[in-house]
Design a protein around this ligand. Structure first.
Ligand SMILES: NC(=O)C1=CN([C@@H]2O[C@H](COP(=O)(O)OP(=O)(O)OC[C@H]3O[C@@H](n4cnc5c(N)ncnc54)[C@H](OP(=O)(O)O)[C@@H]3O)[C@@H](O)[C@H]2O)C=CC1
Ligand SMILES: O=C1O[C@H](COP(=O)(O)O)[C@@H](O)[C@H](O)[C@H]1O
Length: 496
């Protein structure tokens, strides 16, 4: 078993203009022989959803023997094997039983924000649960160790596990567009794989404009010869419809759909997963879920930090492409869709597509955009967007956007879906706020007059931080007299 990392040479982390001509490779690759524990344990640690492979064979898979190819995306949920389909379960079982095969995970973009915040911690969670195999070698430890936390609550021996995990990491230097460097990676992986079946996963934790360079090199020079080769692609998938189609065409020069796993990590968030459960397994919500009772729906994303050196990626995309078009739109589609005929990925996807197709094209007058400036608070000065060294001084890329979207169908006609997303705002949070219509002829109107907040019931689904679902209701203050107050029916996850 092996775990390896590639990263670009010191000093390669520079501005985007330099990279455009000679993109450096920074990758981390993880190799292993079979899942060390049972498939059930294996599914107990990942939270990857909305990973959608479809289609037929293509070059990277052409000579695959003994390949294990799933028919549906490998959706793996935390602590619950029930979140995966039978096919997926069998796929994982096959892997876990096959001690003669290896899986190498190459994280391309190892020094990046996503790699540090999500991928290494997630891989460590996987490793902690014995879902990653044993292997040796380590050069990546210092950097990776800073990204790891014992986020699997109340478990023992976390630091020991962390040390073991780090020992299974190593770096490999190279350029993103150099087949030669991927040949070197291939050699390194082969050393770890030995004579076993090799399965290889490339996690593209890099800006989309360099996906194709990497996929080309990986496909030609580092794909598995006797197992499967798969690629995880992060959002955004291009800048617009045309570039998205071009990206897909480009990827398909080297991969078949079955090998491409597109990911939106918001679909793995606990409360986003819970949206459908809330709606479709409780009688009390679904009857209210329409224009008849809902006045507006707000989808809010805010971060209390700016780009912090991520300008290389962010400045080419902006907040609309970074957050709204994917994370918030996915939530909107799940929120607004009709009941799917089953919980199969395809059936849910079909309902989401109907919502998107019913949407009114966005009008310019329904959009506000902005960019954060520097400011001082409590004696500390915070930089503006263009103060970030990785951002061009004259950038007009939006870091904040708000938009009113409308779905022209029978359920939602006239209900504004208000999306708001921004970086470097006063708070870090992601929420869905459902504001209901006023009670017609409210007998208690005298108690709250024109106070809209009190006249409106609101259901809040707080995705993060501090997950909660609460419903704001008017309530009689206990005791003599008839005075009302505003209370929350609160499902606070931390208190469960
Ligand atoms: N950050 C996050 O929390 C999330 C990010 N994503 C997605 O992941 C992808 C990467 O995002 P993130 O990690 O934040 O981005 P970063 O800006 O941190 O970039 C990741 C790595 O890519 C390389 N890189 C960055 N800019 C360029 C460039 N212009 N040309 C060539 N290489 C470059 C760098 O590697 P090196 O210097 O080693 O070459 C960098 O470390 C994006 O598609 C993003 O949408 C998805 C979900 C969450
Ligand atoms: O996709 C992205 O998401 C992160 C926010 O993710 P979260 O899980 O921490 O809420 C965001 O910072 C980044 O810009 C974006 O690319």
């Amino acid at each position: 078993m092996a775990l390896s990392c590639m990263r670009c040479p010191a000093g390669a982390a520079a501005v985007s203009s330099r990279r455009a001509s000679a993109p450096p490779a920074a990758a981390v690759s993880f190799a292993r022989c079979g899942f060390g524990s049972s498939a059930t344990a294996a599914v107990g640690c990942w939270r990857i959803q909305a990973v959608t492979p479809q289609g037929a064979k293509a070059p990277m898979d052409a000579d695959v023997k003994n390949a294990v190819t799933p028919t549906t995306p490998p959706k793996v949920e935390n602590g619950s094997p029930s979140g995966i389909t039978l096919d997926e379960f069998e796929d994982l079982s096959a892997l876990s039983k096959n001690d003669d095969s290896t899986v190498s995970i190459t994280v391309v973009g190892a020094s990046g924000d996503l790699a540090k915040k999500k991928i290494f911690p997630a891989l460590f969670a996987l490793y902690y649960e014995d879902c990653l195999p044993k292997m040796t070698d380590a050069e990546l430890r210092n950097m990776v160790s800073k990204t790891l936390t014992c986020r699997i609550d109340k478990r023992e021996n976390c630091s020991e596990k962390m040390d073991e995990f780090l020992k299974r990491c190593f770096y490999h230097s190279g350029q993103y567009d150099s087949e030669e460097h991927f040949i070197d990676l291939d050699k390194k992986l082969k050393q770890h794989e030995g004579s076993r079946v090799s399965n290889r996963l490339f996690y593209l934790s890099i800006p989309p404009n360099i996906f194709l360079d990497v996929v080309k090199c990986a496909s030609k020079s580092a794909s598995s010869v006797n197992g499967w080769t798969r690629v995880i692609v992060e959002k955004p998938f291009g800048r617009d419809s045309e570039s998205s189609a071009a990206l897909t065409r480009g990827l398909k020069q080297y991969l078949v759909e079955d090998q491409i796993f597109r990911i939106d990590h918001y679909l793995g968030k606990e409360l986003v997963e819970n949206l459908s459960v809330l709606r479709f397994s409780n009688l009390v919500f679904e009857p209210l879920w329409s224009r008849q009772y809902i006045r507006n729906v707000q989808l809010i994303f805010s971060e209390d930090f700016g780009t912090e050196g991520r300008g290389g990626y962010f400045d080419s995309y902006g907040i609309i492409r970074d957050i709204m078009q994917n994370h918030l739109l996915q939530i909107l589609a799940l929120f607004a869709m009709e009941t799917p005929i089953s919980l199969e990925a395809e059936d849910i996807r079909n309902e989401k597509v109907k919502v998107l197709r019913s949407m009114k094209p966005l009008q310019l007058e329904d959009v506000v955009i902005g960019q954060y400036k520097n400011h001082t608070k409590g004696g500390t000065t915070y930089p503006g967007y263009t103060d970030d060294k990785t951002v061009p001084k004259d950038s007009v890329t939006p870091t904040f956007a708000a938009a009113a979207l409308f779905i022209n169908n029978a359920r939602w006609d006239g209900v504004p879906f208000l999306m708001k997303a921004g970086k470097a705002l006063h708070t870090k949070r992601a929420e869905i706020r459902v504001q209901f219509r006023h009670v017609p002829g409210n007998l208690y109107k005298g108690s709250f007059g024109t106070d809209l907040d009190r006249a409106t019931n609101e259901l809040v689904i707080r995705v993060q931080p501090d997950e909660a679902i609460y419903l704001k209701i008017n309530n009689k203050i206990p005791g003599l007299g008839m005075r009302l107050d505003r209370s929350n029916l609160n499902l606070h996850y931390a208190a469960r």
